[in-house]
Design a protein around this ligand. Structure first.
Ligand code: ADP
Length: 327
């Protein structure tokens, strides 16, 4: 089972790599982010220096990891990818820092989840490219400094507010990723369809894009589900009608809301009279984890105006009631 699981992970992993855009010009949308980074790349190259440390924040699936890999390609360096939960012990971060070469990019996902000890090792590493380690304990303890190559840290987080300020202050660039527009997602769907050798019409791609909650990762995932549906039904090309039909089957509604989104709204409307209601109460009534609701489901519901946040809690709006056919 383990072998099978790894093989499957490999397969999806490889496919994922094929789908990811490789160059800045292929990265669709996020105009502001791209222009800021374009300047940063040109300037760093002109000075023959490494890029400034960069913090990317925004909901999952918007292209943070992808952008980090693109930066490495554009700078002609390597990118090491890790996540804060894998860096629990100081030796984990020491190992990875010591393995870096001049100019390399170190991508740390979920950077708000670093332990304090690991985080404190990062401060001098980011600021002075130096690793401070303490050898021994108590009065005989000595601190040694190991020089590090000039690397670039790219941190990614869904909750920028949870970062400590000393960590945040050490990033030269702090950029937010936004939800994508439907026309941008349509381009992404068409591009992925090309990579996967799937035939999709303009309207078919647009229908998938419209239901992707502004998120490229979801757009790619829905495209794969629609492809399966078409293959089983022996349909050659994905048009609008088939996209609609398939996505109904997979429980994705015309606004792109899935079963959990609708459950969250339903609970707010039926059990809490539309709110205001606290996050924890919604979490326990839906059986979902509060953090998942806050980071995965809520941002899009806020974006499309189905939920408002007030000082007294969350409120389901009239638009949400209409969408779910409440009076
Ligand atoms: P994050 O790190 O923010 O969770 P990822 O970088 O892993 O998101 O992106 C998820 C998927 O969406 C990737 O496989 C990539 O193919 C696709 N993707 C993300 N952003 C873009 C974009 N701007 N253009 C095209 N595809 C994108």
């Amino acid at each position: 089972d383990l072998l099978l699981a790894t093989a499957m992970a490999d397969e999806t992993g490889n496919q994922e790599e094929g789908i990811r855009p490789q160059r800045l010009d292929d990265y669709i949308g996020q105009k502001e982010l791209k222009s800021v980074l374009h300047i940063a790349i040109q300037a760093a190259k002109g000075r023959n220096e490494s890029l400034d440390h960069l913090l990317l924040y925004g909901p999952p699936g918007l292209g943070k990891t992808t952008m980090s890999l693109i930066l490495a390609t554009e700078m002609g360096v390597n990118c090491k990818i890790t996540a804060a939960p894998a860096l629990e012990r100081p030796r984990d971060i020491m190992g990875i820092l010591c393995s870096l070469k001049e100019g390399d990019i170190l991508f740390i996902d979920e950077i708000h989840r670093m332990t304090r000890m690991t985080e404190e090792l990062l401060y001098p590493a980011m600021e002075d490219y130096r690793l401070d380690i303490t050898i021994g304990k108590g009065q005989t303890a000595k601190t040694r400094s190991i020089p590090l190559p000039k690397f670039t840290l790219v941190g990614a987080t869904t909750r920028v507010g949870s970062l400590t300020s000393p960590l945040r202050d050490r990033f030269g660039l702090i950029q937010r990723l936004r939800f994508y527009e439907t026309d941008e997602l349509t381009l992404i769907v068409k591009r992925t369809a090309d990579v996967l050798k799937v035939c999709v019409t303009e309207e078919g791609a647009e229908e998938i894009a419209r239901r992707s909650r502004g998120t490229p990762r979801i757009a790619n995932r829905l495209l794969k589900r629609v492809r399966d549906y078409c293959q089983v039904n022996k349909v050659e090309s994905i048009d609008r009608k088939f996209a609609e039909e398939a996505l109904e089957v997979f429980n994705v509604d015309p606004m792109g809301l899935d079963w959990t989104d609708r459950l969250v709204l339903k609970v707010m409307i039926e059990q809490f009279n539309g709110g205001p209601v606290g996050l924890e109460a919604v979490a326990s009534a839906t059986g979902e984890d509060a953090q998942t609701i806050e980071e995965v489901y809520e941002p899009y519901l806020l974006q499309i105006g189905y939920v408002h946040r007030t000082p007294r809690g969350r409120v389901a709006t009239v638009a949400a009631r209409k969408h779910l056919n409440y009076e």
